[in-house]
Design a binder for this molecule. Structure first.
Ligand SMILES: NC(=O)c1ccc[n+]([C@@H]2O[C@H](COP(=O)([O-])OP(=O)(O)OC[C@H]3O[C@@H](n4cnc5c(N)ncnc54)[C@H](O)[C@@H]3O)[C@@H](O)[C@H]2O)c1
Length: 500
C-alpha cells in the first residue's frame, strides 16, 4: 500500500495542502494529530501537559501503525512525527514522504495567534520556532523530496506535490489514475497483456510475474504494423483467450502498442477496460495520456480512432534503460515540445543535452507528463487549447509519412517544430531568439532540425492536407510565440509554412 505522507515544520500547511491533495487524487485524507486526539479523547496540548512528550510520541507511533494498515491515503504528519527512527522507517516502507518547507517569516506569519494549540511553541513564538528549526534542521534536511510553499496557494502546493511524485487523477475524460513508479500490483483481475516482440523480450515475463497475468499476445514491433490487420489480430486473440466484458487489456509498450491495444479494447464487445504501461519515453510523457487510441491507414497516420481513456497508467522510468538510444532521443522531441508549450524550466533542462537527460529520466518524465495532463484536463476533447499539443505535428506527421517511417516519430516532430517555429518567426508571431533556442535544444539532444533535402516538398504539403487536423478552409497550427507559450493559428497557404 502506498500512502503519501506530508511532513515538515509546524506552519508549513501540511493539513491544508494534504486536504487539497487528497481531493485531487480522490484519496482519503488523514490528519495524524487529529487521530491521536480522537484516540486519546483529549487535545494534544493536554496530552503534552498531562503525560509529557515521550507519551505523545508513543501515541503517534501507535496511530501511524493503525492507519497504514488501511487503504491508500494522504497523511498530514505532526512536525516531529518522524524524529523516531522507527516511525521514519515505517512510513518510508509504506509510502512516499514529501517535506514541506518555508521561510521563517512565512511560518511566523501563519503561526501568529496559534501557539496556544502548539505546546512546543508556547511563549515567545519567534524564539521557540527558531530554536525548534535549528534543533530539527539536520533531520528535515535528510528528506530528499521537498517543496517550498512560500508565496503559493494550497492548491498550487498540492499540484507541486503531485508533480514531484508523478501521481495524478484525471477526470475530464473518464476517471483514471496516472502514477510514476515501480510496477507492483494491479487492482484488476482477468487480464491479457498486449505487447510487441521487442518489449516482450525484455519485460513480458517479469511483468507477468509481478502482475500475475498469464495471458499475453505479442505483435510485431513498429509503426508499419499499426494497422487494421493488427487490430483484427488483437480482437481475435481476445476472443481466443476468452476475454469478456469484465476483462482488462494491459498495453505494455510504446505509443504504437498503447494506441492499438487501447483501440482494440475500445471496440471489443463495445468496450472493455484497459491499462497503460508505457515503455518508451514518448509514450510515458505523451501517448499514454489523454485517451486517444487508434491506428493508421495507408493515406495517413491515426486516421481511425476513438477517445477511450485507460483505467490506469503506470509509468516506470526504469523500463527506459533498455530503450534504444534513438528511441530515447526521439521521445525527447515531445518533452521539448511540452517545455515550449508551458514549462520554460523543463525546456532549459532539455537544453542540457542527452547525458544530463539520461541521468535524470524520472524528473524528465514527471515534468513532461505534468504539462500534458494539465492541458488535457482543461480541454479533453480538443475543442480548444489541447490543439497546442499539435505543435510541430502538422509538418511532423507529414514528414514522418513521406519518409515512409524511416524517421522516428519524435525526429519528425523535431523537424516539424523547427519548421513551424521558423514560420512563426517569419509571420512575426515568434519572439526574437525563439528559433535559435529551439534549434540549439534539439541539436544538444541529437535531434534533426531540417526537412531532408531530398524529400519532395509537394508530397509533404499533400500529406499535411490529408492530416486529420485539417478543417474546411485552412489547417490549424499550434505556433510557438515564446518558450512557454503557443498560439493556435489557421493557415491556408501551406507552401509558406515549409518553403522558406
Ligand atoms: N495516443 C496519443 O495521444 C499519441 C500521442 C503521441 C504519439 N502517439 C503514437 O505513438 C506512436 C509512437 O510511439 P513510440 O515512439 O513509443 O513507438 P513504438 O511503440 O513503436 O516503440 C518504439 C520502439 O521501441 C521498442 N521499445 C518500446 N519500449 C521499449 C523498451 N522499454 N526497451 C526496449 N525497446 C522498447 C518498440 O518495440 C519499438 O520498436 C505513434 O504511432 C504515434 O502516432 C500517440
Amino acid at each position: 500500500m502506498t500512502h503519501i505522507f506530508l511532513y515538515g515544520p509546524p506552519g508549513t500547511g501540511k493539513s491544508t495542502v494534504g486536504r487539497k491533495l487528497a481531493l485531487n487524487l480522490k484519496l482519503p485524507f488523514i490528519d495524524l494529530d487529529r487521530v491521536i486526539e480522537t484516540n486519546a479523547g483529549i487535545s494534544i496540548p493536554q496530552i503534552m501537559e498531562q503525560q509529557g512528550e515521550p507519551a505523545f510520541r508513543d501515541l503517534e507511533s501507535a496511530a501511524l501503525k493503525d492507519l497504514i494498515a488501511e487503504g491508500e491515503s494522504v497523511v498530514a504528519l505532526g512536525g516531529g512525527a518522524l524524529l523516531r527512527q522507527e516511525n521514519r522507517a515505517f512510513v518510508e516502507s509504506n509510502g512516499k514522504v514529501v517535506l514541506l518547507v518555508a521561510e521563517l517569516a512565512t511560518l511566523l506569519e501563519r503561526l501568529q495567534g496559534e501557539s496556544g494549540n502548539r505546546p512546543l511553541l508556547t511563549g515567545d513564538l519567534q524564539e521557540k520556532l527558531s530554536t525548534l528549526l535549528a534543533k530539527r534542521g539536520e533531520h528535515y534536511n535528510s528528506f530528499s523530496m521537498l517543496i517550498h510553499v512560500d508565496g503559493k496557494t494550497a492548491e498550487q502546493n498540492a499540484r507541486q506535490v503531485q508533480d514531484i511524485l508523478g501521481w495524478h487523477h484525471l477526470s475530464a475524460m473518464g476517471e483514471y489514475d496516472v502514477r510514476v513508479g515501480e510496477i507492483k500490483t494491479l487492482p484488476f483481475a482477468s487480464s491479457i497483456i498486449v505487447t510487441d516482440e521487442n518489449v516482450a523480450r525484455h519485460y513480458l515475463e517479469k511483468i507477468q510475474t509481478v502482475l500475475q497475468v498469464s495471458k499475453s499476445v505479442v505483435i510485431p514491433a513498429g509503426e508499419a504494423h499499426k494497422n487494421l490487420e493488427t487490430i483484427s489480430h488483437l480482437w481475435k486473440a481476445f476472443l481466443e483467450n476468452g476475454l469478456d466484458r469484465k476483462s482488462t487489456v494491459i498495453a505494455l509498450g510504446g505509443g504504437v502498442i498503447g494506441d492499438m491495444a487501447g483501440f482494440a479494447a475500445a471496440t471489443y464487445m463495445r468496450g472493455i477496460n484497459w491499462i497503460g504501461i508505457p515503455t518508451t519515453l514518448l509514450s510515458m510523457v505523451d501517448a499514454s495520456l489523454g485517451g486517444k487510441t487508434g491506428f493508421d491507414l495507408p493515406e495517413g497516420k491515426n486516421l481511425i480512432g476513438s477517445f477511450y481513456p485507460p483505467k490506469l497508467v503506470l509509468a516506470d522510468p526504469s523500463l527506459l534503460l533498455t530503450l534504444p538510444e534513438r528511441e530515447l532521443i526521439s521521445g525527447m522531441a515531445e518533452v521539448v515540445k511540452h517545455g515550449i508549450i508551458s514549462d520554460p524550466e523543463l525546456f532549459e533542462l532539455c537544453s542540457r543535452g542527452m547525458d544530463w537527460v539520461k541521468n535524470n529520466l524520472e524528473e524528465i518524465v514527471k515534468r513532461a507528463m505534468a504539462v500534458k495532463i494539465k492541458v488535457i484536463e482543461e480541454d479533453p476533447y480538443e475543442k480548444g487549447f489541447r490543439a497546442a499539443l499539435n505543435l510541430g505535428h502538422t509538418v511532423g506527421h507529414a514528414v514522418e509519412l513521406v519518409s515512409k517511417f524511416e524517421l522516428r516519430h519524435g525526429e519528425a516532430i523535431a523537424i516539424g517544430i523547427v519548421a513551424e517555429a521558423k514560420y512563426a518567426a517569419r509571420v512575426g508571431l515568434a519572439g526574437e531568439g525563439l528559433v535559435e533556442a529551439v534549434t540549439e535544444s534539439f541539436k544538444a539532444l541529437g535531434l534533426p532540425i531540417q526537412i531532408p533535402e531530398a524529400m519532395p516538398r509537394e508530397e509533404i504539403i499533400q500529406a499535411m492536407r490529408v492530416d486529420k487536423k485539417k478543417n474546411a478552409k485552412a489547417i490549424r497550427f499550434a505556433l510557438p510565440v515564446e518558450i512557454g507559450r503557443v498560439e493556435l493559428v489557421d493557415v491556408s497557404d501551406l507552401e509558406s509554412v515549409i518553403i522558406e
